[in-house]
Design a protein around this ligand. Structure first.
Ligand SMILES: C[S@@+](CC[C@H](N)C(=O)[O-])C[C@H]1O[C@@H](n2cnc3c(N)ncnc32)[C@H](O)[C@@H]1O
Ligand code: SF4
Length: 491
């Protein structure tokens, strides 16, 4: 599909709204007049108003839409984006019959968007009007985002400039899942890399704590993720946690270990985590259908997931999260609901429900989805069932939410928690409330100035081998923290 962009730079918004209606289709944006366009967008700025035009070619002719947007007043760019979005929404929903639940709202962080409007003084009716009216968001999704924002307000303490969280990456997995695009290496192929990687990671962690101490930062939460951190042996996990906790002299709000794949979890590793103040673990089913697990290349059974959950309880964990994905290849509405019901029987404190995203760098391609009819799965209904069961009947509340590109039906990922067990790292990170310092391959240090809503990123090398080869460069990049906080604290 070829989109012609004339007289403006709003191509991202236009691409994103178009993609929501045309999943799996290749979109090409061009900036010079040519005859074979499918969609033409044009903006001409006049003295008082800008004139926006949208043309969409159909089999029976060209559809034409236009708007005037006043040039004066605040948020001119955003008003033009919204106007183009609304025109595209009308054209595409008439043509395709698709009515995306998130309307023309395309950002990753709908709740951050809401929170910003709330901070500017918008009350609930005004927010509802903005989201459901201007952005065409369904009342159901607005309610979910609004409830999430309210829960966040209840569980978060006021932001302090010195607050930070730490993310530690273990980029190894027992095998690669079909849908996953995370930078992770199969442990079978890269077993030899683990020990040298860990040794350097411990050094990076030490350097990070030197900087935290020097800058007087206050560490609130730690998240050990990946990949699958439990691919480490019990002894390696012990060394990692010892290195982290040797440098922390105050109680953390939370320390999570992504135990992830049940085929990497045993009682010994869980007991090691319990010896250190690890407060939260993830035991991730994704699905409790053995056939679907096989389809997605996860080499464990549903029974193993349930066994791992009980082992974690036996080890003493009282905050367990379980990740699920709606729309997996070969799943069905009944299958998804049965998974959710069985997960609820286990009574975990947190349940995170993702919508399948077909990622470019994952092994699962859109063409394979057709083989499983997965592109036609009723994911909307799966997510509606999730809210009914978790929020309506079981006392969970949505506490963080994000959206990714190329998800089925353009839907969202939501973390649900029983009150008082919310995964705080997830909120801090997703809402960009304070700095997250990343250690390890593939991690990113995201420096946040909450006063100015300013964000600066520093990237580590992606793959374990690159990481080990470029370690001195990685250490020198860490000093960007000194520059950032030097400026921040000067003001
Ligand atoms: C960073 S992954 C690590 C999880 C852990 N290694 C595991 O597999 O259990 C975190 C979560 O993201 C979700 N996820 C990963 N890829 C996804 C995709 N393509 N679409 C939807 N959810 C995805 C899965 O639910 C996964 O548990
Ligand atoms: S979903 Fe988890 S286990 Fe599977 S490849 Fe991704 S990070 Fe690894």
């Amino acid at each position: 599909m070829k989109i012609l962009i004339l007289g403006h730079k709003l191509q991202y918004e236009i691409q994103n709204v178009t993609a929501a209606f045309h999943p799996g289709q290749k979109l090409e944006t061009v900036y010079e007049k040519q005859p074979d366009w499918d969609v033409l967008t044009y903006l001409r700025a006049g003295r008082q108003n800008s004139y926006l035009l949208l043309l969409v070619k159909t089999e029976s002719g060209i559809l034409r839409y236009h708007r005037r947007v006043p040039n004066s007043g605040e948020r001119y760019k955003q008003r033009c984006e919204t106007a183009f979005g609304q025109m595209l929404y009308t054209a595409y929903s008439d043509l395709t019959g698709v009515v995306p639940k998130w309307g023309i709202l395309t950002g990753v962080r709908p709740v951050k968007n809401l929170q910003q409007h709330m901070a500017a003084g918008c009350d609930e009716p005004a927010l509802r009007q903005l989201f459901c009216g201007d952005y065409r968001v369904s009342p159901e999704k607005f309610d979910l985002a609004y409830q999430t924002a309210i829960v966040q307000k209840q569980v978060l303490s006021p932001v302090d400039l010195r607050d930070v969280s730490l993310y530690v990456s273990i980029p190894f997995c027992p095998s690669r899942c079909l849908y996953c695009s995370f930078v992770s290496h199969s442990i079978e192929k890269s077993h030899k890399l683990v020990e040298p990687y860990l040794q350097l990671l411990l050094q990076e962690i030490n350097l990070t704590f030197d900087l935290i101490d020097k800058l007087g930062l206050h560490l609130k939460t730690v998240y050990i993720g990946g990949g699958t951190p439990t691919t480490l042996s019990a002894q390696q996990m012990d060394r990692l946690l010892a290195a982290i906790f040797a440098r922390i002299h105050h109680p953390l709000e939370e320390c999570t270990v992504e135990a992830g794949r049940p085929d990497t979890i045993d009682l010994e590793k869980l007991q090691v985590m319990r010896r250190w103040p690890v407060t939260r673990v993830n035991i991730n089913p994704q699905t409790l259908s053995d056939q679907v697990l096989q389809n997605i290349g996860r080499r464990h059974s549903a029974a193993q997931t349930i066994e791992s959950f009980h082992l974690a309880r036996q080890a003493g964990f009282d905050n367990i999260n379980m990740d699920l994905i709606a729309g997996l290849p070969g799943d069905s509405y009944q299958g998804f609901c049965a998974t959710l019901d069985r997960v609820l029987d286990l009574d975990p404190e947190n349940i995170t429900v993702h919508t399948l995203s077909v990622k470019r760098s994952a092994d699962l391609k859109y063409s394979q989805m057709v083989r499983y009819s997965a592109q036609d799965l009723p994911v909307e209904a799966m997510l509606t069932y999730t809210v009914e069961r978790l929020v309506g009947e079981s006392g969970y509340r949505p506490y963080y939410m994000y959206r990714q590109k190329n998800t089925l039906s353009n839907l969202e990922n939501v973390g649900y928690a029983k009150p008082g067990t919310e995964g705080l790292y997830n909120i801090y990170m997703m809402e960009e409330l304070h700095t997250t310092i990343g250690c390890g391959a593939g991690s990113v240090t995201k420096m946040v100035d909450p006063r100015k809503n300013l964000i600066q990123r520093s990237f580590n090398f992606k793959y374990p081998l690159e990481y080990t080869k470029n370690f001195s460069e990685i250490c020198s990049r860490k000093h960007s923290l000194e520059v950032f906080y030097g400026d921040l604290f000067q003001v």
